[in-house]
Design a protein around this ligand. Structure first.
Ligand SMILES: Cc1ncc(COP(=O)(O)O)c(C=O)c1O
Length: 353
C-alpha cells in the first residue's frame, strides 16, 4: 500500500530526566479534574459494554454547544475515526479528496487507504483560500477536508470566507470543517461553524476532545452533521466505537466551561509571548489561532540543527518537513515553565548559529 504512515509527536528515546513535551498540541494542564473523577467512577463498570447509542454523551455535547437535535451528533474514537468513516462512506477508487497544501496528514492517509486520490491545492502565505480550493474541485471531488484553524500552520479562514466558500462549493462535495482547534479561537467561532452545518445539506463540523479538553489518550471525537449523513455514519460505525471511560470523561469535561476558559486564556497569553519572543530571535513566526507556533529557521539544515539542539536538552517539538515545511518547527504552547525552557534553549541556539 502506498499510504505514508502518520508520524506521531512521539517520545524522546534515551531521555534521562523529565521531557518537555511540546510536539503534539496537548493541554499542559492535563485533563479536567472532574473528568478524572468521572473516569475513576466509570472504571468499576468496564465489564459492561457501553450504551451503544451514546445518548448521554451526545445530549451533553448538544447542551454545551447549543445544538438542538442531538440525533445529528455522532461520537467516535478520536476524530481520526470520523475522517476515516466519512472517507469510507463517501469516497473510493476513482474519486478525489480535496485538501490544501499544508493539511493535517490523516486526510491523505485516509484517502489513500480507501483508494481515492488526494488532491492538494496551494495556500497563500500559509493560509487556505476559497479561490484555490474552488479551482481544485472537479466532477470527482467527494470531500473537502479543511482544518480551521489548520494544523500545522495555525492559520485560519474567516467565517465570512468560509461562508462564501460554502456558497460556491458544488453540492456533490461534502464540506468537512475540522474544528480540532476551534476552542482556542473562542465560543463565538464555535457557534459560527456549528451554524454553517445548518446552512447546507453538504456541511459537517468535526471536533475532538484531544486538544483543549486534555483527553488525547481517551480517544474521543464528535461531529455535527446533516441528518442523512449522521444516519449513514451511525450505520457503519462499530457498535461500541467509544469506550465507557471516554464517555464519562467527555460528559464531565464538556459540561464544565470554566476549565476550557482557563485553558484558552493561558494559551492566548503564551501564544502571544512565544510568537513575540521567537520573532525577536529572528525566527519569523506567523500569528497562530491554535495552540502551537511555527517559527521559521531560514533553512532545513538550521531547523534540523535546532531540533537536535532541543532534543539534547530533553525538549521535544515537531519537525514538519513531512508537511512541506522543512525550514520550520512546530512548537506547542505548554506550561509556563516548559514555554520558558524552549524559549531559553532557542535563545542559546540562535546566539551561536
Ligand atoms: C487538524 C486535526 N484534526 C484531527 C486530529 C485528530 O485528533 P484526534 O484523533 O486525537 O481526535 C488532529 C490531531 O492532531 C488534528 O490536528
Amino acid at each position: 500500500m502506498k499510504t505514508k504512515p502518520y508520524v506521531p509527536g512521539g517520545k524522546l528515546a534515551g531521555a534521562k530526566g523529565p521531557v518537555v513535551m511540546l510536539a503534539s498540541n496537548e493541554n499542559p494542564f492535563g485533563p479536567n479534574p472532574l473528568a478524572i473523577d468521572a473516569m475513576c467512577e466509570a472504571a468499576a463498570s468496564v465489564h459492561v459494554y457501553p450504551d451503544p447509542t451514546y445518548g448521554a454523551l451526545r445530549e451533553a455535547i448538544a447542551r454545551a454547544m447549543g445544538i438542538e437535535d442531538a440525533n445529528r451528533i455522532v461520537v467516535s474514537s478520536g476524530s481520526d475515526e470520523i475522517i476515516h468513516l466519512l472517507t469510507q462512506c463517501y469516497a473510493g477508487p476513482g474519486d478525489e479528496i480535496l485538501q490544501t497544501e499544508h493539511a493535517f496528514s490523516m486526510y491523505a492517509v485516509s484517502a489513500t487507504a480507501h483508494g481515492a486520490a488526494c488532491i492538494s491545492v496551494p495556500e497563500t502565505g500559509l493560509t487556505a483560500g476559497a479561490n484555490a480550493i474552488l479551482a481544485g474541485v472537479s466532477e470527482r471531488t467527494r470531500i473537502l477536508f479543511l482544518a480551521n484553524p489548520n494544523n500545522p500552520t495555525g492559520t485560519m479562514m474567516s467565517v465570512d470566507a468560509l461562508t462564501a466558500l460554502q456558497d460556491a462549493l458544488p453540492p456533490h462535495v461534502l464540506f468537512v470543517i475540522d474544528g480540532a482547534y476551534a476552542e482556542y479561537v473562542g465560543p463565538d467561532y464555535e457557534a459560527a461553524i456549528r451554524d454553517l452545518v445548518d446552512r447546507r445539506a453538504n456541511t459537517v463540523m468535526m471536533r475532538t476532545f484531544s486538544k483543549i479538553h486534555g483527553l488525547a489518550a481517551a480517544r474521543l471525537g464528535w461531529a455535527y452533521l446533516p441528518q442523512e449523513i449522521a444516519e449513514t455514519f451511525q450505520r457503519i460505525r462499530g457498535p461500541f466505537n467509544v469506550n465507557s471511560l471516554a464517555v464519562a470523561a467527555g460528559i464531565a469535561s464538556i459540561s464544565d466551561p470554566a476549565f476550557i476558559d482557563m485553558s484558552r486564556a493561558h494559551n492566548t497569553l503564551w501564544r502571544a509571548k512565544m510568537t513575540d519572543a521567537l520573532n525577536a530571535m529572528g525566527l519569523a513566526t506567523p500569528g497562530s489561532e491554535a495552540n502551537f507556533v511555527l517559527p521559521d529557521f531560514g533553512s532545513a539544515e538550521r531547523a534540523a540543527a535546532a531540533n537536535d539542539f532541543l532534543k539534547a536538552r530533553d525538549i521535544l517539538v515537531r519537525a514538519v518537513g513531512g508537511y512541506g515545511l522543512p525550514t520550520r518547527l512546530r512548537i506547542s504552547v505548554g506550561s509556563a515553565e516548559d514555554n520558558e525552557a524552549v524559549l531559553a534553549a532557542l535563545r542559546d541556539f540562535t546566539a551561536s548559529r
